[in-house]
Design a protein. Sequence first.
Length: 421
Amino acid sequence: MTKQNKILSISGLIKILSAMLAALLFFSCSGKDPKRVVVWHSFRPQETRLMQKLLADFGSRYPDWTFTELYYQNETARTNYIISALGGSGPALFWGANDNIGPFVEMEVIRPLDDLLEPAFLDSFLTDPFQANTVLNGHLYQVADRVGNHLHLVYNKALVKQPPRTMNELIQMGKKLTKDEDGDGKMDRYALVWNYIEPYFFVPFVGAFGGWIVDDHYQPTLNTDAVVRASQFIYDLAHKYQIIPLECDYEVATALFKDGYAAMIINGPWSWASYFENNIDIGIARIPKMDETGLWPTPAVSPLGYSLNVNLKGERLDMSVKLLKYLTSPHVQLEFTRISATIPSRVEAYQDSLVQDNPVVSASLDQLLVGRIMPPVTEMRWIWDAMRPPYQGIFTGRYTPQQAAVEMQKLAEKLYQENRE
């Protein structure tokens, strides 16, 4: 497959808008100033404020240079980055989860880092419980500043003293916590909320029934008993046991939890800072074990960190490498741990008491140990796209769980064929 065909297969939007947006982003993000370094990221507001402070501190060492940041929502960040980098511009550094790496490498919009970073620096990153930095096709493409990015059970300690360890415990607890307070036949308070209509928030339950969404060769494994049983279980939580809302996306779940109308939520570490800001005394625990299988739910686990734009050259490349090293330094990683309870990727930071003695971080590590590594390959984008319509169709009444599993597999195979021709 040629590079041009790869571009077209990944997004028709690139074909239509690349020239126009690349030109626009060239001036807005990179400009004509060779001494300007821009970082794109998807940080929450509190972390964005910290990033601004860090860039100002780093910039004080180099007064002739300008260092700025720009926030994009995850999906928008990936699309806009590909478009701008293909047009010869874009940010110097891109921060995000490592599931971006596969598409970026195929599109040739990030550069390998092997020749830019000395072995002693790379050896200071975690390799256990998994490799922090992302290597694909034998080359290093992302340096992590944290690990995990996985889902947990988060509970409001004012409403839940001890989190459930099994799904049966969750259901029994849920019947007491879920209430119709005004007698109108509709629940006003829920035991648990989460964005269960989104595949990423569904996959932990597939693992709890002994399955997963791809095999060791990244081929789809969606038409399985595990996918059917996991779908049915979540449907039953809403319709049979009635301890979760009949409809719930990310915004609804967040609002219910923050406002005290939900005792527990399944969410990731990106959300904790906002709970802290709302003065919610949260606890973190594993998503409860499935009684009938004896298995823990297996959230997708991935590192997050920085990649370098393929268009960087000369002084700007050298300065971008310096900034990357600074932003992944132990003391900077601990600054993020302090406000967001993230798990640092550097061994020195990981061993710090701020990490080891923090109950939220310890609980996050405990959940990580039963997670599944998210492979940094382009195929994962097609898996999510294939799962979404049939899986969501279960909750609108269009499909049974069995029918949805068949449709997910068919659509995944279709996307694989179309994009790998």
